[in-house]
Design a protein around this ligand. Structure first.
Ligand code: FAD
Length: 966
């Protein structure tokens, strides 16, 4: 082989066009290697022989078999190696933890490993969770020192950790939040809004849980027991397995922790936010300076699950529709608060066809109409509703059990068992002088106007008193007071909470009080209104006199009783909101004499059961407990569901028949309430025949309905003009006066109402008059339609009736022709019915107000030459009713006025329709929707009632302008 010379000459290539170069060193090494091979060939061959020989040896064969095995295992079971490395790694980490301090480098690396959210990180979480407290502290000191720049919430965390310091959830700053209705406490998940990743947030929750001590006596779950066996202090009302939940999170098993709490609490996303944790699970936490944020962790779990699996309904989608399957008998649930919704959810999941009947047009009970969205977003209720619907559950809104139907009738309609979750929605008042004045309302009314009816939004119709810049006082110290105060604050009011004890006795969630004061709400402790004073002209409240109180001996609740000191002070007020708690609504109880209730009106249950005194009728939540808590309501709904799902005493075919009947009934309840006929009675007055089969079946003379014409409309009471149970129709007569009635007037055949609920109120008291007395009806304008069915009932009973029907002018008259309603009655009862028409302008009948002929009759009766008047029923404009009442009073003739006054819910829940009446010289509140609508006209304090009737006049006028009706 010839060697190249060393002077690095570059030979020309063959073509000579292109120059190519080579590295002389490489070429030299190449030649040398070849020479080496030549010279070492002998050794190489020797070595090869040795290798061949060794490969045959037993040891090498064994070694190679093991390598092959390892390779195979690596391919088939990579986890094995991972585990091996992890074990190695954790030994190294354990070593680091043995050092005095964790170094910066180690801490940062360790944190990055935790954030990886892989097997290694799970192992590390478990590793730290299982460390003794001393080493956990070392870790917290390290993250405080080395990571607080990236995580400001770590700064100072190590001081007093774990008992006195923690990472709180993210709360929006007061200045940012007190103008809007967005969520205030955004929870741990809220840190994502600040740019932290989901895993980082998960680690914040884990750090919070790392403080847990896993106490053997589990006070957070079972409370602190008493020796006498009485109810333990604190603990969880539904016994969520809190220590286990914390342990699972501590080990990084978030999903398992969520699955665990779901077993005992189907509403963790709600209860975690609204439970009074400070007297339940957290109140007895052994970290008493700063208990573990159990509530926050509780709602973090479902919320994080939503982030990970936004379409989590997927799991429910396989569920076969229980109505189609028809293997279990139908269940009716009355009320859609937490008690009813949980009951419906669990039973639907268990394969029962369920229908939830709800009085309002929206679902959720207090969770929707009471608790504002800045505390509990409505989407959580929508979520539960969606889940129940996916499970096949059905909803009928605007349905009032006790009015639309009875419990027995529901059973006849195919429902095997019934759960009553109607809550405790009857607001309490103080009964102090001046309480009737405008600008004084219950928290239920105020919150319903805002939360449910969105009265504060421009495009919604419900009126609201002016709040911006006004002096608002909220009386009470519970959650309701706080919700009302914070709502008023957001609407621009200067708000003061007036409470008769001190802050320490307030039954409010501590967090809410804290947030309220942060938001600029003042607190007047040891004060109680003694009287309200108003403006004589506007009848709006202007001042209150507050009694100065002091604390006396403890009362039955264990709290020190407030006692008057004799001192008082005056305070300017424009709006007063009473948040004094709720009593039980009597509607169901009054309709069901067999249903046993307590002296407070709550529905009683049998011992160790949720079953009421009526077989197959169950109850729970506030309906049974009185004003209580959401978690207790949910817990009752759950216990009742377990009881309801007992042995089924029906054959397969009987079940199918029950399901078909109940489904048909449910469909009737859900049917759109459409206008079938529209008759123009006079200018601005229309008669609407509306399909509403269940109301038509239940309607009685004198009752009214609550109408929501369109989604953003207001709830308007309208007395029933007629109904036809066979056709399933009701008749409403509407005169377009305000913007709502004007809009209804414009509705056409085929249009559907957003909801009509009823029949409401008590039906007319129909007395039999056997001595020829006449029952006089004074009907002013569209007072005639509500008069018509009552008058007809009297005629059917054989009573003599005198109808004095007054109109402003002949053009506004209706139903007077022989083939129209009044005319037809005259033909049918020629001897029993006298009709006197009056017009204000004399264009038809007597030129008089209705009081004119009435006075004649009264005088003749007095003189003994006219018919005796058995009673007078007056329906029409309030001023007319008052005139009639004033007229008849001196004659001692029983007079009844039908009051369709201001109402929001029309079932007694808001107290808006308060009618001041005087009984035995004392002013008493009556409510037009539950005690009426017909009330003894002579005890109504008309001077006080009429201004109340007009209190939203200004807002109504503004609304007319907005809608172009002015
Ligand atoms: P409700 O939630 O009252 O629901 C009853 C439902 O039944 C309503 O939808 C109602 O319209 C309907 N209904 C009533 N009568 C009939 C009928 N005849 N036919 C058909 N439907 C009917 N608790 C907490 O734990 N934490 C809180 O922070 C908290 N804050 C509150 C704030 C406010 C403003 C209020 C008023 C209450 C608060 N509570 C709180 C109490 C808690 O909300 C109640 O204990 C809980 O909602 C009761 O649930 P429930 O299902 O028994 O009844």
């Amino acid at each position: 082989m010839s060697q190249p010379n060393n002077d690095q000459q570059q030979p020309e290539n063959v073509s000579g066009n292109e120059k190519q170069s080579y590295n002389h060193d490489d070429v030299a090494r190449y030649y040398k290697a070849n020479l080496d091979i030549e010279s070492n060939r002998h050794y190489i061959e020797k070595t090869r022989e040795q290798i061949n020989e060794l490969e045959q040896s037993e040891s090498v064969e064994l070694f190679q078999r093991q390598v092959a095995l390892l390779q195979k295992r690596l391919l088939n079971d990579p986890k094995f190696f991972q585990q091996m490395f992890i074990t190695e790694g954790t030994s190294a980490i354990a070593w680091e933890f043995q050092q005095n301090k964790l170094s910066k480098k180690f801490t940062l690396t360790f944190w990055e490993l935790l954030l990886k959210n892989d097997d290694m990180s799970s192992l590390l979480l478990r590793f730290v969770w299982n460390l003794p407290l001393k080493l956990k502290r070392k870790f917290i000191r390290a993250i405080d020192k080395h990571l607080s720049e990236r995580y400001p919430m770590f700064k100072g965390l190590s001081q007093g950790w774990p008992g006195e310091n923690n990472i709180p959830p993210y709360i929006r700053p007061p200045g940012e939040r007190n103008e809007d209705f967005d969520l205030v406490n955004q929870g741990y998940i809220g840190y994502m809004g600040l740019g932290y990743s989901f895993r980082e947030v998960e680690m914040l929750v884990w750090l919070e849980v790392l403080r847990d001590k896993q106490c053997d006596d589990r006070p957070c779950e079972i409370g602190i027991p008493h020796d006498d066996g009485s109810e333990a202090d604190g603990g969880c009302p539904v016994k969520i397995h809190i220590p286990e939940m914390l342990q699972l999170i501590g080990e990084g098993k978030f999903k398992q922790a969520f699955d665990l709490i779901k077993e005992s609490n189907p509403l963790p996303n709600v209860t975690g936010r609204v439970c009074p944790q400070e007297i339940q699970c957290q109140g007895v936490c052994t970290l008493n300076k700063r208990p573990i944020e159990i509530g926050q962790v509780e709602w973090y779990l479902p919320q994080s699950e939503k982030v990970l699996n936004p379409d989590d309904d997927f799991a429910l989608a396989d569920h076969e529709n229980p109505w189609a399957k028809a293997e279990k008998p139908p269940i009716a649930i009355v009320g859609s608060g937490p008690a009813g919704m949980i009951n419906a959810y669990l039973l639907a999941k268990d394969g029962y066809p369920v229908t939830v009947f709800e009085a309002f047009h929206e679902l959720g009970g207090v969770l929707r109409y009471g608790i504002p969205e800045f505390r509990l977003p409505n989407e959580l209720i929508d979520d539960v509703e969606r889940k129940i619907t996916i499970l096949g559950g059905k909803f009928v809104t605007n349905f009032i059990v006790g009015k639309t139907t009875t419990l027995e009738a529901l059973k006849r309609a195919g429902f095997w068992k019934i759960f009553i979750g109607t809550g405790a929605g009857l607001p309490r008042f103080m009964n102090v002088p001046g309480e009737h004045m405008n600008g004084i309302m219950s928290a239920n009314e105020f919150l319903t106007r805002v939360n449910l009816m969105k009265a504060h939004l421009e495009d919604y119709e419900t009126p609201l008193p002016k709040v911006r810049g006004k002096q608002v006082i909220v009386i009470g110290g519970g959650n309701t007071a706080m919700d009302a105060a914070r709502t008023a604050r957001r609407l621009g009011g200067n708000v003061t909470i007036v409470y008769r004890r001190t802050q320490d006795e307030m039954p409010v969630r501590v967090e809410e009080l804290h947030h309220a004061t942060e938001e600029g709400i003042d607190l007047k402790q040891l004060r109680a209104p003694r009287e309200f004073i108003g403006n004589d002209k506007t009848h709006f409240v202007t001042d209150t006199i507050l009694d100065v109180m002091q604390l006396g001996e403890p009362d039955a609740s264990g709290r020190r009783r407030p006692v008057v000191t004799g001192e008082s002070e005056e305070m300017k007020v424009d709006l007063v909101i009473m948040a004094l708690g709720n009593a039980s609504n009597p509607i169901v109880k009054d309709a069901e004499p067999e249903l046993k209730t307590s002296k407070w009106g709550t529905i009683e249950v049998r011992s160790d059961s949720q079953e009421t005194s009526m077989d197959n009728v169950y109850t729970g939540g506030d309906a049974n407990r009185g004003g209580s808590t959401a978690i207790k309501a949910a817990g009752d709904g759950m216990s009742a569901a377990k009881e309801i799902a007992g042995d089924i005493p029906f054959s397969a075919s009987e079940i199918k028949s029950l399901v078909a009947t109940a489904e048909n009934y449910t469909l009737q309840g859900q049917a759109p309430q459409r206008i079938l006929e529209r008759i123009e009675l006079a200018e601005g007055i229309v008669e609407l025949v509306v399909y509403s089969p269940l109301i038509a079946k239940a309607a009685r003379a004198g009752q009214f309905v609550r109408v929501l014409a369109w989604d953003k409309g207001e709830l308007v009471p309208m007395t029933l003009a007629d109904w036809d149970a066979e056709q399933g129709t009701i008749v409403l007569v509407i005169q377009g006066l305000g913007s709502s009635s004007m809009k209804i007037n414009q509705m056409q055949v085929g249009d559907a109402f957003a909801g009509i609920a009823g029949p409401l109120g008590l039906c007319s008291e129909l007395n039999q008059y056997e001595n020829g007395e006449t029952v006089v009806f004074t009907a002013g304008g569209v007072g005639l339609p509500p008069v018509y069915p009552i008058m007809r009932e009297h005629l059917r009973m054989g009573n003599h009736v005198t109808l004095i029907s007054g109109f402003r002018t002949k053009d506004l008259m209706f139903w007077a022709e022989p083939d129209q309603r009044t005319g037809l009655l005259q033909t049918e009862y020629p001897d029993l019915l006298d009709v006197i028409y009056t017009t204000n302008d004399g264009s038809f009948g007597l030129n008089a107000f209705v009081t004119g002929p009435l006075e004649d009759m009264l005088e003749k009766m007095k003189a003994g030459n006219g018919r005796t008047i058995g009673e007078v029923v007056t329906i029409g404009p309030p001023m007319m009713m008052r005139a009639v009442s004033d007229l008849t009073k001196p004659y001692g003739v029983k007079t009844v006025a039908s009051l369709n006054s201001i109402m929001v819910d029309a079932t007694g829940m808001c107290g808006a329709c308060m009618v001041p009446v005087t009984i035995d010289g004392k002013m008493v509140r009556k409510h037009a929707c539950i005690d009426g609508p017909e009330l003894d006209a002579h005890i109504i304090d008309w001077d006080k009632f009429l201004p109340r009737f007009m209190q939203f006049k200004k807002q109504e006028d503004e609304s007319k302008v907005r809608h172009g009706f002015a």
